[in-house]
Design a protein around this ligand. Structure first.
Ligand SMILES: NC(=O)c1ccc[n+]([C@@H]2O[C@H](COP(=O)([O-])OP(=O)(O)OC[C@H]3O[C@@H](n4cnc5c(N)ncnc54)[C@H](OP(=O)(O)O)[C@@H]3O)[C@@H](O)[C@H]2O)c1
Length: 330
């Protein structure tokens, strides 16, 4: 791998420019701008990462639209992008945890400068080494989707081997990771997706597929121990009906729903997403072991981030994460 590191003097004394996606107000995809701006400088304990690939996730367009302002208040201008992968090209004065040339996967919170830029600074806890058995696009698709699946199934639902689990949206980035994890743990996995994706989710490990455009899953997937709801709305209420008494309904924020768990005698739990390093490491270990394969749906250049947001906002994304390719820019 060719890496020409910046010297510390470069990052402190010279203004290095980079390309990035940026927006300065809430609104539609058109508020996104492809800009030239100053490269961030690492704090003493941070690494400066040259980003090779970056994700675009549903949360990016929801935050950009202004719908999540209370949860994720932004300071403008802001750079979107929740995770990515790249190579360390410079370090802060006391950064001893990374070496120039290290390949890393990283997460960035919605409220800080994100991954849709040629360079990003990260502290150790927001990174893991890139698994050697995947490319940079897969590496950029790994962390947020894998962490959401892990937190939902393991930390929140307390999934056990042999249990029956229904995972909604198995053809999506998070659902696809969840199907693979549940199958690896020896569960009987049912998943919902459109009929055109039935073979795809079977390939990820689903035992039973319910095509939502042909069949009502509430008629075809009774007596589940766990449902992982990534859809909300009507699917949430119906999910209560397919759970056994005392079953666990784990949900991520998607379409609004009414909590009717008490009426059905089931245990409703929100999966609260965090970026703790021990969880990032568990996901990366499953990938390194070849158990979990991050799924990439589209690859677009950084300059086409607007198109990525449009695809997601129209519900046209399928079979994994949309990835922005940045190439080698140093
Ligand atoms: N903190 C949080 O609460 C949190 C965190 C992360 C994500 N989320 C939310 O979780 C959801 C999933 O995220 P993601 O990244 O996995 O999205 P994604 O990759 O864009 O997934 C989209 C998938 O949803 C599937 N789908 C759409 N309608 C469906 C239905 N009625 N039944 C079953 N599947 C359906 C589609 O399947 P087909 O292609 O087969 O049609 C598509 O593959 C998003 O709404 C996201 O905002 C919340």
């Amino acid at each position: 791998m060719l890496v020409r590191p910046f010297s510390r003097a470069d990052t402190n004394d010279i203004v290095i420019r980079m390309k990035a996606i940026q927006y300065s107000r809430y609104g539609g995809p058109d508020v996104l701008q492809y800009v030239d701006k100053e490269t961030p400088k690492p704090s003493p304990d941070e690494a400066l990462i040259s980003v090779r690939c970056a994700s675009v996730i549903p949360g990016d367009w929801k935050v950009r639209s202004g719908a999540l302002q209370e949860m994720f208040p932004l300071s403008f201008p802001t750079i979107p992008g929740r995770d990515g992968a790249g190579v360390v090209v410079a370090k802060g004065a006391s950064c001893e945890w990374a070496e120039i040339g290290d390949a890393l996967c990283f997460v960035t919170e919605h409220t800080e400068p994100g991954s849709n830029a040629e360079f990003v600074t990260r502290p150790r806890d927001m990174t893991v080494p890139k698994p050697a058995n995947i490319d940079f696009a897969e590496a950029a698709a790994m962390l947020h989707a894998g962490v959401c699946a892990w937190i939902g199934l393991l930390e929140t639902a307390d999934l056990k081997s042999g249990e029956n689990v229904l995972i909604h949206a198995g053809a999506g980035a998070i659902g696809g990771m969840a199907v693979q994890i549940a199958r690896h743990l020896g569960c009987h996995v049912t998943t919902t997706c459109s009929s055109r994706n039935a073979d795809y989710v079977r390939g990820l490990g689903a035992d039973n597929v319910v095509a939502y455009d042909q069949t009502d899953f509430a008629q075809d997937s009774q007596e589940q121990d766990i449902v992982f709801d990534l859809i909300g709305g009507d699917a949430h209420e119906k999910s209560c009906r397919v759970l056994r008494k005392g079953g666990r309904l784990v949900w991520l924020i998607a379409k609004p729903f009414e909590d009717v768990s008490a009426k059905y005698g089931i245990d409703s739990r929100q999966a609260l997403i965090h970026d703790r390093r021990d969880t990032l490491e568990k996901v990366a270990a499953l990938v390194s072991d070849g158990i979990l394969i991050p799924q990439v749906s589209h690859r677009l250049p950084l300059s086409e981030a607007v198109e990525a947001h449009r695809l997601l906002e129209r519900g046209h994304n399928s079979r994994g994460r949309i990835i922005l390719d940045l190439g080698e820019q140093n």
